[in-house]
Design a protein around this ligand. Structure first.
Ligand code: C2E
Ligand code: MG
Ligand code: MG
Ligand code: MG
Length: 290
């Protein structure tokens, strides 16, 4: 152990740190361009009624295909957007793209509500309500066709403000759901005060329902508890990340009302979703006519 090796180690960390810094700055720079040139687009994942199997609504998930780097996942670029303040422009763009999509689908005879994800920074953003209201008017869409997903920790960060903002959104007819429920630290006292319509059970619990997890019964019971909590607060439950028939069967038996995940459908581009909904409508019609 010597001063020299200490120095080397320090050099190593410094280099490593600055590499990360450089990468982060590069992503930030590229993201700025991607937002202003509208290189971001949306994928849509159906949210399915657990009993009928019908598509109830869809969740919009942001995608970024960089010409040089390839596709960059939201788990990478959303946190960077939040740290750098770019999230407001990104959310603004997402809200516009979602409303445009509602119009485009409506024009071809498809009316399916879209849920979009907002960040904690958006909730604190003073103009969110006014902005979204203006966009809805501009595109001529009904608030009833929109749902907002905010994470548990986002909604709990400043409860007084969240209650105010979410209430105003609900006045437009917009539904509100708490995303990744169970993952954060939720105060049950606050949860009952929040104006929300549904809880989205975090996919962590769903993923550990299979019997090869030692704690699968614990996860089973946690989900059971969330469903009964939701019922007593008069909220709907949506399970995310359902991948297997076993997970689906358990969640259905526990009374979870809606589900999303690869077991049903992957997130997909808008035209693919339109085809899927057209097929579903044709199928429903032919069953009625039989
Ligand atoms: P989230 O809102 O909880 O979305 C669910 C994530 O689970 C999505 O990841 C989705 O593609 C993925 N998923 C769907 N089915 C399955 C499945 O069967 N198994 C598993 N393991 N995962 C599944 P994605 O699209 O990579 O998005 C990650 C997160 O990034 C989202 O989590 C959301 O928090 C955030 N995000 C995505 N789009 C936006 C956006 O437009 N704005 C904001 N603020 N955040 C966004
Ligand atoms: Mg979500
Ligand atoms: Mg989620
Ligand atoms: Mg999540």
């Amino acid at each position: 152990y010597s001063a020299k090796s200490d120095r080397n180690r320090f050099q190593f960390f410094r280099r490593k740190f600055s590499q990360q810094e450089t990468k982060r700055r590069l992503v930030e720079k590229k993201l700025k361009v991607a937002i202003s040139e509208r290189h971001l687009h949306l994928f849509f994942q159906p949210r399915v009624d657990m009993v009928s199997g019908k598509i109830h609504s869809v969740e919009a998930l942001c995608r970024w295909d960089d010409p040089e780097t390839g596709s960059i996942p939201p788990n990478i670029f959303i946190p960077i957007a939040e740290e750098t303040g770019l999230i407001h422009e990104l959310s603004q763009l997402v809200m516009q793209m979602v409303c445009q999509q509602l119009v485009d689908w409506h024009n071809i005879g498809i009316d399916v509500p879209i849920a979009l994800n907002l960040s904690v920074k958006d909730l604190k953003y003073f103009d969110l309500v006014q902005n979204l209201g203006a966009i809805i008017n501009q595109y001529g869409v009904s608030g009833k066709m929109l749902e907002i997903e905010v994470t548990e920790s986002a909604a709990m960060t400043d409860v007084v403000n969240s209650v105010k903002v979410l209430n105003q959104l609900q006045e437009f007819g917009i539904k509100v759901s708490i995303d990744d429920f169970g993952k954060g630290y939720s105060s049950l006292a606050y949860l009952s005060q929040l104006p929300v319509d549904s809880l989205k059970i975090d996919k962590y619990f769903v993923s550990r329902l299979s019997p090869n997890f030692k704690d699968h019964m614990i996860n089973h019971n946690i989900i059971k508890t969330i469903v009964s909590l939701a019922k007593s607060l008069d909220l709907k439950t949506v399970a995310e990340g359902i991948e297997t028939p076993n997970q689906y069967n358990i969640l259905k038996a526990l009374g979870c009302q809606m589900g999303q995940g690869m077991f049903f459908y992957h997130p997909m581009p808008a035209d693919q979703l339109a085809n899927l909904l057209k097929r579903e409508a044709r199928l429903a019609k032919s069953t009625v006519n039989q």
